[in-house]
Design a protein around this ligand. Structure first.
Ligand code: SF4
Length: 378
């Protein structure tokens, strides 16, 4: 017996407790200028048979672990000994058993379909996969995937409803920017109108929709437009979640080359924050939850629900800007080396002070040093 299943490289942070089921490999578009995740990797669709075989392998492993745990009198605490016993006679690596044990310990409630654009499969194929997941794992309450707006825009409202009814419940959609000029510059392959149409279609079908917004992706050239036009898309869609992903130009991306050629100018940490402030100011008449759930964002504190938390979120940004320059710069350094996560964590820290002094003596600006730190961070 060999219970193995294929895994893709990434999932959203909010899917940390989900089991991952790979339905396609890599990204069918793969041209966004800021993205390095699948560069050089060829896109392919997996067959429904392959995917079902993976789901069955996950089911087999889960069954073996649970029955072994029960034989030890406890199906809640899965120890190393239980895992070894469960895997006896299976040539699959312990890695697979560890993956599923982790999922079991978190209640087997959520599933994430990989990779970048699962809805590129035919609707009836996705439905077959969803049906099999629900049949094998009745405990699953949420099935999520990444989806490109362009792909959703090609699905009919009926197809979206069928997918929702079959159990797909949450979509993560990379808006990045709502500005047509920026979308074109970053080669997102989608227009503002397509983003709005896709978002509205998903919301109308009853999906929990996560929209990703990238402060700074327009560079200094399109900073205001990036905020205002992104807020315009968000207002038209009213997604369940808005997730902030601050832009960092990574060395192996075309965006980095644009920066080196002087065609795109990165925002400083403070400018990105100012852009977020402008975005939030323009997010009116929505009920979305804003999340800063990524280490690339300067302030993870900026979280809350519109409209009631809007002023609180703006207030947090204002508190940062009200700090003396040296404290702001020390917070930025401390944040980038993992000492501070929230603004409330800020304190006089010898490690930060020492690095701050070194950076000041070697770099013209703090942001030059931050770019170096971030390059090596991701
Ligand atoms: S669609 Fe997503 S995964 Fe594909 S290149 Fe763009 S950002 Fe990267």
């Amino acid at each position: 017996m060999n219970n193995t299943f294929e895994l893709g490289p990434i999932r959203p942070p909010s899917e940390a407790f989900s089991v991952l089921i790979r339905v396609t490999r890599n990204c069918p578009w793969n041209r966004c200028r800021f993205c390095h995740t699948y560069k050089g990797e060829k896109f392919s669709r997996r067959s429904v048979e392959e995917i079902i075989s993976d789901i069955d392998a996950i089911h087999n492993i889960a069954g073996r672990i649970l029955s072994t745990a029960r034989s030890y009198g406890d199906d809640m605490l899965i120890t190393e000994k239980i895992l070894q016993e469960a895997a006896r006679g299976d040539s699959a690596s312990p890695f697979y058993y560890n993956q599923i044990a982790f999922w079991l310990q978190h209640g087997m409630k959520s599933v994430f379909l990989q990779d970048a654009d699962s809805l590129i499969l035919k609707t009836d194929q996705v439905i077959q996969i969803l049906t099999h997941i629900k049949q094998k794992f009745p405990s699953v309450e949420r099935i999520t995937t990444y989806a490109r707006a362009k792909t959703i825009s090609k699905k009919s409202a009926e197809e979206m409803q069928q997918l929702r009814d079959a159990g797909l419940s949450r979509l993560h959609l990379g808006m990045e920017s709502g500005s047509d000029a920026v979308l074109e510059r970053i080669q997102k392959g989608v227009t503002q109108q397509e983003l709005i149409d896709a978002g509205q279609k998903a919301v109308q079908a009853g999906f929990d929709l996560s929209f990703y917004y990238m402060p700074g992706i327009g560079g200094k050239e399109h900073m205001e437009e990036n905020a205002i036009e992104s807020a315009k898309v968000v207002r038209a869609v009213n997604p369940t979640f808005i997730r902030i992903r601050s832009t960092v130009p990574l060395p192996d991306t075309p965006l980095y080359q644009m920066m080196e050629a002087g065609e795109w100018t990165p925002l400083t940490e403070e400018e990105k924050l100012a852009e977020i402030r402008l975005f939030i100011e323009h997010c009116q008449d929505i009920t979305s939850q804003l999340l800063s759930d990524h280490m690339m964002n300067l302030l993870e504190d900026i979280e809350g629900k519109f409209p009631e938390d809007r002023d609180v979120m703006l207030g947090k940004i204002d508190s940062f800007f009200a700090m003396p320059r040296e404290d702001r710069e020390k917070f930025i350094i401390g944040r980038r080396i993992g000492i501070f996560r929230y603004l409330s964590h800020f304190h006089d820290n010898p490690q930060v002070n020492s690095l701050y002094a070194t950076i000041k003596s070697r770099y013209t600006t703090i942001d030059e040093a931050v770019l170096e730190i971030l390059k090596n961070y991701i």
